[in-house]
Design a protein around this ligand. Structure first.
Ligand code: GUN
Length: 295
């Protein structure tokens, strides 16, 4: 039997529809228009595409959407001044500074400067701490999206007591995802490139989340029969015909013969990330407006 394919694209469409509806209600009921400003420094082509998409979807939601483009040679002080201006602007509820930044700018310092209540990327240590201690937090968009796909699959309380293995330990995905799984009462292991017998550790997982950034690194020997596999990888690989292909961190063709359910790449986790950025912006707007957020 082959695995169920988890359709993140369809789920994200539904989520965006819900956010658009909530936005209309906030406008009508409270005169509150969620505002999202994305800041990009330099010309990195992949970042340009991401930022364009974020702005486009934000406008579709009915947000007040702005993109600030700064040149490659922007100084740290100039970027910090822009962030401080956005912190002080009551029309801006969400601030996202696209990463990576040019080498003359300290990313950690930029993240620390963003008002934690406007930090829709969920990267500020205050938000990481809130998440780790079970308080209301802005949660990084990709793990938030993964946890929504899992909640949809398992239902209320359905993950309790399961073994979850998170492969990858980044601040953006691995660490917050592990916290979300722990909050669902999973028994969580964080594995990474130095883990001994990585396939053996992965094979214990009822829920396997992969965010390592290496094309098809996790093969058939990493999958427990019936496991739910969430593939966060987005790796572009060269094909023989001179074209390129987007592929995940999991060998999809092999894993789908063993797993119970799996996200494809593309069309799995990817579309959830932008949708969750919109969710976080509504959350931040509700906090700022003193309005009870959507359930
Ligand atoms: N670059 C790649 N992914 C992300 C993300 O989620 N947030 C930001 N700010 N930059 C990124």
């Amino acid at each position: 039997m082959t695995a169920d394919i988890i359709d993140g694209k369809a789920f994200a469409e539904g989520l965006r529809g819900m956010v658009a509806q909530q936005t209309a209600q906030l406008k009508e009921g409270h005169g509150l228009i969620p505002g999202l400003t994305v800041v990009i420094v330099g010309e990195d082509p992949a970042s340009q595409i991401y930022v364009r998409n974020k702005g486009k979807v934000a406008a579709e939601m009915g947000f007040l959407s702005d993109t600030i483009r700064m040149p490659e040679d922007t100084t740290e002080a100039q970027l910090l001044a822009v962030v401080e201006g956005l912190n002080a602007d009551p029309a801006v509820h969400g601030i996202l500074v696209q990463l990576p930044l040019p080498p003359q700018i300290d990313e950690g310092l930029v993240i620390l400067t963003i008002d934690p209540n406007k930090d829709v990327d969920g990267l500020h240590p205050i938000n990481a701490g809130r998440l780790a201690s079970g308080q209301s937090a802005l949660v990084p968009c990709t793990p938030l999206g993964c946890s929504m796909l899992l909640a949809d699959r398992f239902g209320q309380g359905g993950m309790s007591g399961l073994r979850a293995v998170m492969v990858g330990r980044s601040n953006l995905v691995g660490k917050p995802m592990a916290q979300l799984l722990l909050a669902e009462h999973c028994t969580v292991t964080i594995a990474h490139s130095r883990t001994r017998d990585l396939p053996g550790v992965c094979r214990e997982a009822d829920i396997l989340v992969a965010a390592v950034g290496r094309a098809e690194m996790l093969g058939a020997d990493c999958i427990k029969p019936g496991a739910v596999v969430i593939d966060v990888g987005m790796n572009r690989i060269d094909l023989d015909n001179g074209k390129t292909k987007l592929t995940g961190d999991v060998d999809f063709e092999a894993a789908k013969e063993i797993a119970g359910a799996i996200t494809p790449v593309p069309g799995g986790v990817g579309p959830m990330t932008i949708a969750c950025l919109m969710v976080n912006t509504v959350t931040a707007a509700c906090w700022a407006g003193g309005v009870e957020g959507p359930a």
